[in-house]
Write a protein that binds this ligand. Structure first.
Ligand code: PYC
Length: 328
C-alpha cells in the first residue's frame, strides 16, 4: 500500500486570468528568524516540494505558488513566499491579490488593510467590499534607461531596466503585435531578448538577474493606457498585466515625467484583463525597509480582482514516480 508523504491544503485563484496556488497547511516548518532566512531554508531543503506543488501532474507551468507563513514582522498579517516552475519570485502582484482574496474566502480576513511580508519587503493591501484589492508594492525604481542589447535574431533592442519587486527589461519597440493570437511569437522574442541579456552580462543592480521581459504597445481601447506582454522566469507568459511589471512600468513613467504622482495608469495584459496603477514618491521612512535606493524611487499601487477557483488537497504518495513533478 502506498503511504502519503504530504497533504498540501491549497486554495487556487486567478487574478486577471493568472493563477495563484496558496498553500496554507501541510508544508514542513521553515527554520529562520526572518522571511529571507525561511526562503533560504525552503530553497536548501524543500525545493522538491516547490516542484511537486507547481509542476505537472499536480500543477502546470503557468501557476505561481504562494506559501503562507506566520509573519516575522508584527505589522504583517502573514508572510508569503512566491514560487513558480523555475524557482522563487521576490514579490508577485497578481499573487498578492490572489492570496488576499483566498484569505477572505476562508473568512480569515475581512475588508480593510492587511500587510503581507515578502522576501523583498512589506506590502500593504487593501481589500474592498466590491472584491477589488489594491497592493501598495515595495519601493520600485528605474535602474537604467534605454539599454542596448544585441539580439542575434532581432538586431539591437533598447529597453529600460527597472525593479518592481522583481527585475524587468521593458521594451516598447519590438515589432510585434501584443495580442492573444500572437503569444508564441511574443514568447520567442522575449526568450531571445533574455538570452541576449545573459550573453551580454546585463543585469539589475548588484548583479540581480533580469528574469522578466516586458513588451509594451499603445492601446486603442478607451480607458486603457497601454497593453503589455510579460514573460516570466520559466518561460510562461503572465495572463495578468503583472503587478510587479506594472510597478516597474510606473517607475519608468515617473522617471520620464510621463505620469504625475496619484494619476491613474490602466495597464492591460495580453489576454485583456487590466490593473489600475498609480504611484507616490517614496519617503525616507518608506525606504528604510531594505537597501539603498535611487532618488526617483516610487511606491507603486496596483489594483485588480481575483477569483477563487478551487479549494482542495494535493496528495504526494511515496510510490508515485512523479511525486516531485515532471521536470523538463
Ligand atoms: O503579478 O507580479 C506579478 C507576477 C510576477 C510573475 C507573475 N505575476
Amino acid at each position: 500500500m502506498a503511504s502519503t508523504l504530504y497533504n498540501f491544503e491549497i486554495i487556487d485563484s486567478h487574478t486577471g486570468g493568472e493563477p495563484t496556488r496558496m498553500v496554507y497547511d501541510g508544508f514542513p516548518a521553515l527554520v529562520g528568524d526572518t522571511i529571507q532566512d525561511k526562503l533560504h531554508y525552503f530553497k536548501q531543503h524543500f525545493d522538491h516540494l516547490r516542484q511537486s506543488i507547481i509542476l505537472e501532474p499536480r500543477g502546470n507551468d503557468v501557476l505561481v505558488g504562494a506559501l503562507l507563513l506566520s509573519a516575522t514582522d508584527p505589522k504583517a498579517t502573514a508572510g508569503v513566499i512566491f514560487f513558480n516552475n523555475a524557482g522563487y519570485l521576490g514579490m508577485c502582484g497578481h499573487g498578492t491579490i490572489g492570496v488576499i482574496i483566498s484569505l477572505a474566502y476562508q473568512q480569515k480576513i475581512t475588508a480593510g488593510e492587511h500587510w503581507l511580508e515578502t522576501p523583498v519587503g512589506l506590502v500593504k493591501t487593501t481589500l474592498r467590499d466590491d472584491g477589488s484589492c489594491s497592493v501598495q508594492n515595495v519601493p520600485s525604481y528605474r535602474y537604467k534607461k534605454e539599454v542596448e542589447v544585441n539580439v542575434p535574431e532581432l538586431g539591437v533592442i533598447r529597453g529600460d531596466i527597472a525593479w518592481g519587486g522583481n527585475w524587468f527589461f521593458l521594451v516598447s519597440e519590438h515589432g510585434q503585435d501584443i495580442a492573444a493570437n500572437n503569444v508564441e511569437a511574443l514568447t520567442q522574442v522575449c526568450i531571445q531578448i533574455k538570452q541576449a541579456l545573459v550573453a551580454g552580462n546585463i543585469t539589475g543592480k548588484d548583479g540581480g538577474e533580469i528574469d522578466h521581459i516586458e513588451l509594451f504597445a499603445d492601446s486603442t481601447e478607451a480607458n486603457i493606457d497601454s497593453k503589455n506582454f510579460v514573460l516570466c522566469p520559466g518561460a510562461a507568459y503572465d495572463r495578468s498585466p503583472c503587478g510587479t511589471g506594472t510597478s516597474a512600468k510606473l517607475a519608468c513613467l515617473a522617471a520620464d515625467n510621463k505620469l504625475a504622482p496619484e494619476h491613474l495608469w490602466h495597464q492591460q495584459g495580453v489576454v485583456g484583463s487590466s490593473f489600475t496603477g498609480s504611484y507616490q514618491y517614496a519617503t525616507p521612512s518608506q525606504l528604510d525597509q531594505m537597501g539603498a535606493y535611487p532618488d526617483n524611487t516610487i511606491i507603486p499601487t496596483i489594483c485588480g480582482h481575483a477569483y477563487v477557483c478551487a479549494e482542495t488537497r494535493l496528495i504526494v504518495q511515496d510510490n508515485d514516480p512523479f511525486k516531485w513533478g515532471i521536470a523538463t
